[in-house]
Design a protein around this ligand. Structure first.
Ligand code: AP5
Ligand code: ZN
Length: 217
């Protein structure tokens, strides 16, 4: 199964992708996580990406497309994958079409998580994640089951993201509106877009996604 997750910052793409990856035994490919790893490693890509990410803008299409091209060749993608945060511009969507066509692959569905803007701000401001495995939490909506211990790996170290401050979040929302929202009609025309109400609880959203995926399997 090959899926794309679309949605504004804080809509729940990462949260739901983690769940789907486990349930369907497919790879979660988060371009945001890949870029944050480059930033942490202080690589050339990381140095370039850091400034852009801090400004809430998109890193150049050619850079991200070549990262995805390499990533989908890795063994863990054989059973399928979820693209979490890619594509997010028309150029990236067209490049993905070309990539899939050249490898005889087909996109099964594009899941669009729809969430009101006030809720996005609340979700982003309460977010934190496990420093070891990346599992995502929220101080109001999704605390670890045991206080300060990661449910997935048992680590006790948690981190917040550098781009989750108010100014950058506003810029990320604007970037989404201008550059990523045009992908909704793009995929609508291809008849593979499924709108999901992302305002419900994490578990309810998961159930709704499962329903959609059952229909297309
Ligand atoms: P990226 O890391 O992809 O960030 P984003 O798109 O802004 O999305 P987020 O990770 O903020 O939100 P999410 O939808 O995953 O929500 P989450 O599940 O965490 O990108 C970061 C930057 O990298 C970009 O700004 C750009 O610069 C660059 N970049 C990345 N990809 C790129 C690309 N393709 N091209 C160019 N540049 C690129 O949920 C948020 C919080 O809410 C969590 O705490 C969670 O626990 C909670 N939550 C989730 N669902 C619910 C729910 N249903 N109810 C209550 N709480 C919930
Ligand atoms: Zn963990």
């Amino acid at each position: 199964m090959k899926l794309v997750f679309l949605g504004p910052p804080g809509a729940g793409k990462g949260t739901q992708s983690q769940h789907l990856a486990k349930e369907y035994k497919i790879a979660q490919i988060s371009t945001g996580d890949m870029l944050r790893a480059e930033v942490k490693a202080e690589s050339d890509i990381g140095k370039l990406a850091k400034k852009i990410m801090d400004n809430g803008e998109l890193v150049p299409d050619d850079l991200i497309v070549s990262m995805i091209q390499k990533r989908i060749q890795v063994d863990d993608c054989k059973n399928g994958f979820i693209l979490d945060g890619f594509p997010r511009s028309l150029g990236q969507a067209e490049a993905l079409d070309t990539m899939f066509a050249s490898q005889n692959m087909q996109l099964d569905a594009v899941l669009s998580l729809e969430v009101d803007e006030e809720v996005l701000a609340e979700r982003i401001s309460g977010r934190f994640s496990c420093a070891k495995c990346g599992a995502s939490y929220h101080k109001l909506f999704k605390q670890p089951k045991v206080d300060k211990v990661c449910d997935s790996c048992g680590s006790t170290e948690f981190v917040s993201r550098a781009d989750d401050n108010k100014e950058t979040v506003l810029a990320r929302l604007e970037t989404y509106r201008k550059q990523t929202a045009p992908l909704l009609p793009y995929y609508q025309k291809k008849n593979c877009l499924y709108a999901i109400n992302g305002m419900k609880s994490v578990d309810e959203v998961t159930k709704d996604i499962d329903q959609v995926l059952k229909q297309i399997k």
